[in-house]
Ligand binder design. Structure first.
Ligand SMILES: [Zn+2]
Length: 561
């Protein structure tokens, strides 16, 4: 396969010259796009006016006149009227929680900045409680503590207003903290004297009483209590299928043509594809039973095809969260008493063993590490595994890789590791960065530092924690200015061109797929996005508002405005 791609890649170099031996492959193209402002993200032909697609792949790029020569009887044409076209966007870290979006109570907006009130949250959950038998969980999703008009944290008293007979929980969209009512705390047998478990906390108010906020590993205490809605196997399968089909539509609406899924129902994913409802390509990142099955049966990363491929593992979590302020720092959180350095959720020994096992199995390692302490731990384990069992070009993924320093940069580069920092956060979460302060923000989501160190950094929205809109991500990476007008870590700004690379070809590199996608190059999969405006020239504060006119995967239009 690779030989074919690289041969076509060479053809691409000379495609504009219309050499005769090109014609067999390109004549009667399926689709010719012309009169466009195309950023190919291919340094050999960075800007072109037109390209041709056949059998789901780009077959030639060049001038409008050259490409029009490839129009045959059955060729579709698309006059882009000077609109901008870029390769399809690639998100390297996404929880793809389609069934939550479709079936659960959403107490915040998953996609854009929107403020809600605590009353609105109570209202929505009350309505849910009214149709839920007592003793069964009432759950809310997509809470964001800094997108609340009341300007304070949700607490146990708020949630007691929802119900005294149901256990009630509101999950922070970040996924590392949840808020419980008194009934839930009582059912889990948690009281003001309960000690914090390792790697988590039961938070207390000024009087030492439980305030309902529970972090990281401490939330495990609630898994064993209360009833949860149950579904038959067929109902569960149907919900998973519908959820995946639903989120696929949302992805392409925002220009994503490839997304790395953190686990999920692999069987349902294949069924959605078979029905023609999978509109984006999936790098499936396995955990649990699927990962164990891969190891047991000798299936390495890369197995699958260009629509569903087994990629790295799911993120193996080493520390807490950036947005919820539980990530593991080497210095205490500014202004927090008693001194708090975040949560480490894994011992070095356990991490060493896990990484060694996955690495030996030929599966791409992927760890969630936010704080500098956690990134150090991951690199220590990766370096150890490489010493014990050297393998070439493994590209260990460090998901988030938020807070770096010069020593970590050196070791990331040496290990050939591929970070996928938060993208939309620089726009969406500026309301949280004062918790860290400018000194730490200068070293956080450090796209400039990664590029300057020659590290293949990619984009990881971490949906649901972060919105997945790539243009929101690009705006934040370029401006480092958020919705509230605050700018943090301006030293980490990058250019639009660099942000585009990170969101396309570097994403392909992250899953070892740079030979088949990530740029508009003859031989590669015909995944591209038509934009109403050019992010290189539009006001940088409006990049996120550029309309996605069309998203195309494999030469087929999967979204049209
Ligand atoms: Zn994640």
């Amino acid at each position: 396969m690779n030989h074919r791609y690289s041969r076509r890649g060479l053809l691409g170099l000379t495609a504009a010259g219309m050499v005769p031996w090109l014609s067999a492959e390109t004549q009667d193209a399926d689709l010719v796009v012309f009169n466009a402002n195309v950023y190919t993200v291919d340094s050999r032909t960075p800007k072109v006016e037109a390209f041709a697609v056949k059998s789901g792949r780009f077959v030639a790029v060049g001038t409008t006149a050259d490409m029009k020569a490839l129009i045959g009887k059955g060729t579709q044409t698309f006059d882009a009227k000077r609109m901008t076209i870029v390769p399809g966007f690639i998100d390297c870290h996404n929880h793809a929680t389609g069934n939550v979006l479709l079936y659960e109570v959403l107490v915040g907006n998953p996609y854009v900045v929107e403020f809600v009130t605590i009353d609105s949250i109570i209202e929505k959950l009350r309505a849910k409680a009214a149709q839920t038998p007592p003793g069964t969980w009432v759950e809310g999703y997509f809470f964001d503590d800094t997108k609340v008009r009341d300007n304070r944290l949700l607490n146990v008293h708020d949630l007691d207003k929802v119900s005294k007979d149901h256990p009630v929980v509101v999950h922070h969209r970040g996924g590392h903290t949840s808020f419980y009512n008194s009934k839930a705390l009582e059912m889990a047998d948690i009281n003001k004297n309960t000690p914090n478990p390792p790697g988590g906390t039961f938070d207390r108010d000024a009087n030492g009483d439980l305030n309902g906020r529970v972090t990281d590993r401490a939330t495990g205490a609630f898994n064993r209590v209360g009833k949860r809605a149950t579904f038959t196997a067929e109902q569960t399968a149907q919900r998973d299928r519908d959820g995946l089909a639903y989120i696929s539509k949302q992805f392409v609406r925002y220009g994503l043509s490839s997304v790395h899924h953190e686990g999920g129902n692999l069987f349902a994913l294949q069924q959605v594809r078979a029905r023609g409802e999978l509109l984006h390509r999936v790098s499936y990142e396995a955990s649990g039973k699927v990962l164990e099955a891969m190891i047991a049966s000798g299936i390495e990363s890369g197995f699958g095809d260009e629509w569903i491929r087994l990629g790295a593992t799911s993120e193996h979590t080493v520390d807490g969260s950036f947005s919820e302020r539980t990530m593991a720092l080497s210095t205490p959180y500014p202004g927090v008493q008693p001194p708090y350095k975040g949560n480490i959720t894994e011992t070095q020994n356990d991490l060493n063993a896990w990484i060694e096992r996955v690495h030996r199995a030929g599966i791409q390692v992927n760890c969630h590490a936010n704080g500098d302490v956690a990134i150090d731990m991951v690199l220590t384990a990766v370096e150890r595994a490489q010493r014990l069992f050297p393998r070439a070009d493994t590209r260990p993924q460090i998901t988030h890789c938020t807070l770096i320093n010069d020593d970590l940069l050196r070791r990331i580069k040496a290990a050939g590791a591929v970070p996928a920092p938060f993208t939309s956060y620089a726009y969406y979460n500026t309301d949280k960065f004062h918790f860290y302060g400018e000194d730490l923000m200068k070293r956080s989501m450090a796209f400039r530092s990664f590029l300057d160190s020659g590290i293949q950094v990619a984009a990881g929205s971490d949906f649901s924690p972060g919105p997945f809109a790539p243009l929101m991500g690009i705006q934040g990476m370029v401006t480092r200015t958020g919705w509230n007008g605050e700018t943090w870590g301006a030293n980490q700004r990058i250019s639009v061109e660099e942000a585009l690379r990170i969101n396309t070809i570097n994403g392909a590199y992250n899953s070892h797929e740079e030979a088949i996608k990530g740029s508009i190059t003859p031989g590669k999969l015909a995944d591209f996005v038509v934009l109403a405006d050019d992010p290189h020239t539009v006001d940088q504060a409006k990049i996120k508002d550029i309309e996605i006119v069309r998203t195309v995967t494999g030469g087929s239009t999967v979204y049209q405005a």
